[in-house]
Design a protein. Structure first.
Length: 254
């Protein structure tokens, strides 16, 4: 789904509720668009449907889709290279697998965050999934800020909705935090595995070399798939849990 579909969500609800605690622009409205009659109440436990929703289409499905896309991109990138003049190496340009993995981390994490925001928001509005209400709402200020929740006690008087630039900054910060975690969990081990697969050249060259097929394609496909499997369920759960908290505390519906 294109990024601009996010704008279909009520701007006041999104922009206001995304404000971190202590910010003067906070509004207590939630992410579910007003006017819908199919919105469901949060569950008191993690249901089978929610498990399937998070780990099915947003887990296995995301892994297969992302892995296939990354494999296709790598096939187009690397099979056309003349490795005599443009060798495929682990660290050095112009064709660096380690650098490719970092770019994949950045782009895929950002895209997935906003796609999940739009998809989960749509499913919540249409009643396709119920919010998760079995997780206790945090009370520590830093956790509430991280989860885009209002401060305790709520600010008075109600503040104006935040500007779209501040809203986007909030989203980018949280996507960036996921990137940092994924970097240490995935990128470092992936580079270690590639050192065992690549070939070393004679003459004191310190880097690792790869053929055009099939190591780069398989690496990028597996890396993108595992990244999706790790991050997409977390992002989907973030919005389901947060919406459950909003509804339980009597979040306003327009």
């Amino acid at each position: 789904m294109p990024f601009w579909r996010v704008e279909e969500i009520d701007e006041k609800a999104l922009v206001g509720d995304a404000s971190p605690p202590g910010n003067a622009g906070y509004d207590t409205d939630g992410d579910v668009e007003a006017g819908t009659t199919r919105e469901k109440e949060p569950t008191d436990r993690f249901t089978a449907h929610q498990i399937f929703y998070v780990f099915g289409p947003h887990g296995i499905g995301a892994m297969v889709l992302s892995g296939g896309i990354n494999f296709a991109i790598a096939y187009g990138m690397y099979t056309t290279q003349d490795i005599k003049t443009h060798p495929i190496r682990l660290f050095q340009l112009p064709n660096t697998l380690a650098g490719d993995a970092v770019v994949t981390l950045v782009i895929q994490t950002l895209m997935t965050w906003f796609i999940e925001l739009a998809l989960v928001g749509r499913d919540l509005r249409t009643g396709g999934v119920r919010p998760i209400g079995s997780v206790r709402e945090p009370i520590r200020p830093w956790l509430r800020s991280l989860m885009l929740l209002p401060p305790l006690p709520p600010s008075k008087p109600p503040a104006r909705p935040r500007r779209r630039g501040a809203y986007l900054a909030d989203q980018l910060i949280r996507a960036g935090l996921i990137f940092v975690v994924a970097f240490f969990l995935l990128w470092l081990p992936a580079v270690g595995i590639l050192t065992a697969i690549g070939e070393r050249k004679a003459g004191g060259d310190w880097d690792w070399y790869f053929q055009r097929q099939w190591a780069p394609e398989i690496f990028k496909g597996v890396f993108g798939g595992v990244l999706a499997l790790l991050t997409t369920p977390i992002m989907a759960s973030f919005w389901l849990v947060r919406e459950g908290w909003r509804l339980k505390r009597g979040g306003a519906r327009h």
